[in-house]
Design a protein. Structure first.
Length: 391
């Protein structure tokens, strides 16, 4: 029986044969070449996708929620024209044999009081919502009284490569077959290093479901994220645009431990407005320290030059925002600064980012794009700070 390695090799060989046939035809004649016959790669591609999906499908669950009220963060037109969160089944992935399940926070924006999970064997169980990570749009469910559930294999993050095949799956629509969407990994280390990017079309049917490789290993959990906004419902406006994000769980043991404990992980805020250095040298100038902020508590002052964060050199004011946003509320930042002729080391504990961040130097504020008015054609660099950003 053909294993995954042989299947992938045959797929590559078949695709190469198709390409070489077309090239030789163009060189051999001036007239347009005839449409080539179906090649091995054309036939094996969908088979490879289905074979990979079969490995992970037994670990996927359908999540149903009942009741709840749509939160303020989802009332701004971001979801116009698509199913609202909590309205219909969604997808989750089993993490442990005793009933821990990971999915997307998008599925619970309505804060439903009742959540049920349909397991692969068809049984329906009540689930409890534990912790959530608002920076990754992930949350954890727990189903009690179950044992021996199948658990998927996660691809090592070090093996995720730009250009590799990726397949997004969803079982939220309740069909006999999962929803498939194939593409490639178009970028890694997006959204402050929290996510990979794919051009496979993602939609609410996929949110909480897996993005897998051709070996059936989970690359990441599909979630709606936005490079430009931290709003609780942001990211869904990229729906089916060919710009999607998935959060890898390889190496995320500490995160999962916090979610099991019921923690709610929120974006962090230092509480400063920064501007470029006047001499164009590395670093960022503190233009203003917000009253009562983490920065004020740590001892930062106006006109301090921030040189390093956690021993990483700050290249400019925009890079400062990127470095701060890698951390979440409650985490400590080590700041190395210059004040006049003196260099100091300070420690700041990030506060919860409750307000929109201050505008980045040279960046103009602009109204929030709404899907019904304009759908983004190309994403901004995902590591670029959000519109109207704050450190």
């Amino acid at each position: 029986m053909m294993n995954f390695r042989h299947l992938r090799l045959a797929l590559v060989v078949g695709l190469a044969a198709t390409w070489s046939h077309g090239v030789s035809s163009v060189r051999a004649q001036d007239t347009p070449p005839a449409i080539p016959p179906v090649q091995l790669g054309d036939l094996l591609a969908p088979k490879a996708f289905r074979a990979a999906a079969r490995r992970v499908l037994p670990t996927m669950v359908t999540i149903e929620s009942f009741g709840g009220v749509l939160g303020a963060g989802a009332k701004k037109g971001q979801m116009a024209g698509i199913r609202m969160p909590g309205e219909g089944p969604t997808t989750g992935v089993i993490l442990s044999s005793d009933g821990y399940i990971v999915t997307s926070t998008f599925n619970f924006l309505k804060k439903p009081p009742i959540i049920t999970v349909v397991l692969p064997d068809g049984s329906r169980k009540v689930a409890n919502l534990l912790g959530s990570d608002e920076t990754r749009k992930l949350c954890l469910l727990k189903v009690e009284g179950v044992q021996g559930l199948p658990v998927p294999e996660f691809a090592p993050r070090s093996q995720i490569r730009v250009g590799q095949w990726a397949v997004a799956l969803g079982v939220g629509f309740g069909d006999d077959e999962p929803a498939y969407s194939a593409g490639i990994i178009s970028a890694v280390n997006r959204i402050q290093g929290r996510a990979v990017q794919t051009d496979a079309n993602l939609s609410p049917a996929n949110y909480g479901g897996p993005l897998i490789d051709l070996e059936g290993r989970i690359i990441g959990i599909c979630v709606p994220l936005s490079p430009q906004s931290r709003e609780v419902a942001s990211g869904v406006e990229w729906y089916d645009s060919g710009i999607g994000f998935a959060v890898p769980l390889d190496g995320a043991e500490e995160l999962l431990t916090r979610l099991k404990a019921g923690e709610v992980i929120k974006p962090g805020r230092l509480g400063i407005q920064a501007q470029p250095t006047p001499d164009q040298k590395p670093g960022a100038i503190v233009a203003k320290v917000m009253p009562g902020s983490a920065a004020e508590t740590a001892g930062l002052k106006d006109q301090d030059r921030i040189l390093k964060i956690d021993d990483e050199e700050v290249l400019d004011a925009t890079h400062l925002v990127v470095l701060v946003n890698k951390h979440v509320a409650g985490e400590e930042l080590k700041l190395h600064i210059r004040r006049g002729e003196e260099e100091l080391d300070l420690t700041a504990t990030l506060a919860v980012a409750t307000d929109p961040p201050p505008m980045s130097p040279g960046e103009e504020a602009k109204p929030e794009d709404k899907p019904e008015e304009k759908k983004p054609e190309t994403p901004k660099e995902p590591d670029q700070p959000p519109a109207n950003p704050a450190s």
